[in-house]
Design a protein around this ligand. Structure first.
Ligand code: ASP
Ligand code: MG
Length: 382
């Protein structure tokens, strides 16, 4: 008997026939004695339709209301699957993100998961063998009590988070691709399919733009010997540089405060050391979809911030290197910087965390950078 997460994408739940098919599949696992949490996407095409309606309602819409609208597709499929399972004699109930609750920050439209307590789900497995049918893609922010969404394609991230929270032995993500690769196989033909990956790494890969797929997530016996496990990349990034910002206390707050209030998710931040002690350049990235809004927000706060001008670029991409082995190995990022400079790829910004680092580069070099790093860390298949 195992505990597992089964994730079904939009095509798998596109109509009632397919939902019944999914339910049969879930029932098989339940009959085999397993505890099952199912995570579902919206019916295929549904989220696109909801996004288009928001744009039609207003091109510059309130991101909190956008989330209220676009999260709804998953409510439908979660409820329908629970009903179908019940009809087959399987104990099941649906869970929306706020009910779990899947706690996130308040970056509406691309929120990041902060915490998920799986104990209630586990209790229900034990007490009544109840299948949890979870609406993917959704979360809630505790401070504001508002619904959030995890970014397009985010239900894979939900599945991985649920798997980690309930301590699942397996996290099966059903799509038409056949595995989690060390990077995008279309970019790097030498990409290898991984047999195992840590939940944490999977979460990073999923949230950094990797299209994630059926896989066995395994936390306990992860190969610490392999320092880097995967490379992810995202072209949906934009860079904003504020030139000659007055170098005085409170400036960062004057810039990032209004952006946060407008729910614009700032990712990488680089502040140059000022040469004259009076002004400095400040660079950061935002999702490409928020680029215009971010520029307008900064322009509006110009009086308070005090700067010369804003430069920006949308033809940039973020390449990220992930691996829990980085915790115990120094110099992993430094190697990458060397390898990229050998290919004359300019690094515009860098961020690091315990198990990953990301570089911002010209979008034109994305494929070259990914291939270079893939070889550098020994990920190419023999
Ligand atoms: N329904 C959402 C989307 O289409 C989330 C997902 O499918 O992963 O982006
Ligand atoms: Mg998807």
């Amino acid at each position: 008997m195992a505990r597992l997460v089964m994730k079904f994408g939009g095509t798998s739940v596109a109509d009632m026939d397919r939902i019944r098919n999914v339910a049969r599949h879930v029932k098989r696992e339940v009959d085999a004695g397993h505890d099952v949490a199912v995570v579902v996407s919206a019916m295929s095409g549904k989220t696109n339709e909801l996004v288009a309606w928001c744009r039609e309602a207003s091109p510059l819409h309130d991101a909190r209301e956008y989330d209220a609208v676009v999260s709804s597709g998953e409510n439908v499929t979660a409820g329908l699957l629970a009903i179908t399972l019940q009809g087959m004699g399987v104990q099941a109930r649906s869970w929306q993100g706020w009910q779990l609750p899947m706690l996130t920050d308040n970056a509406h439209g691309s929120a990041r998961i902060l915490d998920l307590d799986g104990s209630e789900l586990v209790k229900r497995f034990k007490e009544r063998k109840e299948v949890a049918v979870i609406a993917g893609f959704q979360g809630v922010n505790k401070e504001t009590n508002r619904i959030t969404t995890l970014g397009r394609g985010g239900s894979d991230t939900s599945a991985v988070a649920v798997a980690a929270a309930i301590g699942a032995e397996r996290c099966d993500i059903y799509t038409d691709v056949d595995g989690v690769y060390t990077t995008g196989p279309r970019v790097v033909p030498k990409a290898r399919r991984m047999d195992k990956i840590a939940f944490e790494e999977m979460l990073e890969l999923a949230s950094l733009g990797a299209k994630v797929m059926p896989v066995r997530c395994d936390e306990s016996e992860i190969m610490e010997q392999q320092v880097v496990t995967g490379i992810a990349f995202s072209k949906d990034e934009a860079q904003i540089s504020i030139r000659r910002v007055e170098d005085k206390p409170g400036v960062a707050a004057a810039i990032f405060g209004p952006l946060a209030e407008n729910n614009i998710n700032v990712d990488m931040i680089v502040q140059n050391v000022s040469a004259d002690g009076k002004t400095t350049d400040l660079t950061f990235t935002v999702p490409a979809a928020d680029y215009e809004r971010a520029r307008a927000t900064i322009e509006k706060a110009k009086g308070k911030i005090g700067f010369d001008r804003i430069d920006g670029a949308t033809d940039v991409s973020k390449v990220s290197v992930i691996g829990i082995g980085m915790r115990s190995h120094a110099g992993v990022a430094a190697q990458a910087f060397g390898a990229l400079s050998e290919k004359s790829i300019n690094i515009r910004a860098i961020t690091t965390s315990e198990i990953k680092f990301s570089v911002l580069i010209d979008a034109a070099y994305t494929e070259l950078a990914v291939r270079t790093l893939h070889s550098l860390y020994g990920l190419d298949k023999a």
